[in-house]
Design a protein around this ligand. Sequence first.
Ligand SMILES: [Zn+2]
Length: 92
Amino acid sequence: MGPLRIIILAVLIYIGYRLITKSFKKDENKKKVDAQSAESGKKFTDVLVEDPVCHKLVPKQQAVSLENDEETHYFCSEECCQKFTSEKGDDI
Ligand SMILES: [Zn+2]
């Protein structure tokens, strides 16, 4: 009877150990999913436009805009906008 009790005890300890390790693994998987969902959520909101005078790339929301006959031009500053309007007609 002695050795049988030891085997049963060993099996119970083994089952208990497996249950504990399984629950730990589940927690790890949950953490991984949370990290992935946090990554997606970034949005590309601003567009870069080229200044026709100095050829700088400017974010559209910060640019100085000038509506021409059919198109809109974007400039990095008022200075470039004025340059463009004063030079207009000569080259373009
Ligand atoms: Zn400019």
